[in-house]
Structures are given as structure tokens and as C-alpha cells.
Design a protein around this ligand. Structure first.
Ligand code: 13P
Length: 268
């Protein structure tokens, strides 16, 4: 990412970690609408808005190439992200896209294991782990999504679910590799429901994830992993969620489809 003098991205002075705010558009907007939205977002942001957080945009596959060209030709300070990929490198997998195809488009971040993929498309922890590896093998960064459902939360199983999802998704990776990852804590009960987790919920999810990372890879690895919060984030709730202990950024769904709302979240 190019940057103007004095306005380079700064790490959070409290944690030393770089914040990341990501817009997951899910299955919304055709490529013409996508271009318009990115242009509108770009024109609405000031130079200083890029110094606080890195911003990644995750459009549907059909918009990756047009948005890549737009970002590169206008030197926009957005990182390109994808929402998913398959773990095999190539072959007879109708409808799928490989990590290497994404990396050729200069995709930097790939969301892996989103709860919608797990729930609607039956992705298991084992598949999620294979996808994490595929993304890493192409020098991209996975944004690994973990989170408990409402039932699991009510049954007091949040800790267990988060620990299991983290452990299985990262199985066989070295601590050095794990330290480069982004993990998004996305409680399923807060996704698309308007039920936003409190900053305390977000902090507690981030803490559980870091504790498990610490047990598996040691404290210095756990300290370097960036943890986002996702689930019904709005311009009104973004500031307090970003200030929550251990939270290094946001993974925004619905509100990232509105340039005005997403830029207010970025400024939060
Ligand atoms: P919403 O912000 O629409 O709740 O979606 C969150 C999400 O799933 C981001 O990946």
C-alpha cells in the first residue's frame, strides 16, 4: 500500500498490533455496483483515516478483478480480500476457486471458515484447516472466523467451541506462521441479527482465543495474532468495540455495503 508522508499506518500504541477493518460484502452487489461503492468509499475518506487501521474489502468473486484494477490504477489504500477459496490447487472441482487464483489478483486476505460457510455449506473444522493452509501457501493471510451459536452460548459452551475451532483450524502450523494470522471472533447469534455483542463480550471472546493460542504456541505468538470482532457492527457501536481489550479490528457485514456507514466505522 502506498502512503503519504506522515500518514503511514500506525500500530495501536497499547498493543503494538496493526488494526484491520474489513468489509465482508457476502453475496451482494454486481461488479458495476461494486466499483461504485469502492469509489464512493474512497472519496469519503481523508488521508488520516488510513493511518489508524488497514482497510480490506472482500467483494464477491465476480468483482475481484475489477476492484483490483480500480485499487491499483487509482492507488487506493485498500487491501483486496476474498470471502472463501477451495483448498486444492487445481482440478475437477466445479464452481470452486483456488488460493493461487486469488493470489494472482493480489488478494491479501482470505476469509476462511465464516459461520455461513460452516452452517450453509457444511464446512467442517478439518476443511477449514485445509483452507487455512492453502491460503498461507500462496503468501496470503487467512482471516479465520470462529464463534459460538446462541444455543452453545446458552449451554455455557462458548469457551469449548472457540478453543476447538482455533485448535483444529491451526493444527500442524508452526507458531511463527500462526503469529501472522488474523482471527475474527464472530458470535453467530450476533451476525445479521442486529444483536451486537457488548464490548465486554468482544473482549472476552478475544481473550479466550488468545488464551488458547497461548496454550498451543506460547504467549509471544498469542500476543502477535490480530483478533477482529464481527457481528452487527454499526457506526454507533464501532468505537467501543474497537476499544475493547484485545480487539484489533472489525469484520463488518451489512454496514460495509453502505459507503457512508463503513467510512464512519473506519473513522471510529
Ligand atoms: P453483519 O455485520 O451483517 O452482522 O455480518 C457480520 C459478518 O458475518 C461479517 O463477516
Amino acid at each position: 500500500m502506498s502512503s503519504k508522508k506522515g500518514l503511514e499506518l500506525k500500530p495501536n500504541p497499547r498493543t503494538g498490533r496493526y488494526r484491520l477493518i474489513s468489509g465482508n460484502w457476502k453475496m451482494n452487489l454486481n461488479h458495476l455496483e461494486a466499483i461504485q461503492l469502492v469509489q464512493k468509499l474512497y472519496f469519503g475518506l481523508r488521508d488520516v483515516d488510513y493511518s489508524f487501521s488497514e482497510i480490506s474489502i472482500h467483494p464477491p468473486l465476480t468483482s475481484l478483478r475489477p476492484i483490483q484494477l480500480l485499487i491499483e490504477s487509482d492507488r487506493m489504500r485498500f487491501s483486496l480480500g476474498a470471502q472463501n477459496c477451495y483448498f486444492e490447487a487445481s482440478g475437477a472441482y466445479t464452481g470452486e476457486v483456488s488460493a493461487s487464483m486469488l493470489s494472482k489478483l493480489n488478494v491479501k486476505y482470505v476469509i476462511v471458515g465464516h459461520s455461513e460457510r460452516r452452517r450453509i455449506f457444511g464446512e467442517t473444522d478439518v476443511v477449514v484447516a485445509q483452507k487455512v493452509k492453502a491460503v498461507l501457501s500462496e503468501q496470503m493471510t487467512p482471516i479465520l472466523c470462529v464463534g459460538e451459536s446462541a444455543e452453545e452460548r446458552e449451554a455455557g459452551q462458548t469457551d469449548e467451541v472457540l478453543m476447538r475451532q482455533v485448535r483444529l483450524a491451526l493444527a500442524e502450523l508452526s507458531g511463527e506462521t500462526v503469529s501472522t494470522l488474523v482471527i475474527a471472533y464472530e458470535p453467530i447469534w450476533a451476525i445479521g441479527t442486529g444483536l451486537v455483542a457488548t464490548p465486554e463480550d468482544a473482549a472476552s471472546g478475544a481473550q479466550l482465543i488468545r488464551e488458547e493460542l497461548g496454550r498451543l504456541y506460547g504467549g509471544s505468538v498469542a500476543d502477535r495474532v490480530r483478533v477482529q470482532y464481527g457481528g452487527s457492527v454499526t457506526p454507533t457501536t464501532a468505537h467501543d468495540l474497537l476499544e475493547a481489550e484485545g480487539v484489533d479490528g472489525l469484520l463488518v457485514g451489512g454496514a460495509s455495503l453502505d459507503a457512508e456507514a463503513f467510512s464512519r466505522i473506519i473513522r471510529a
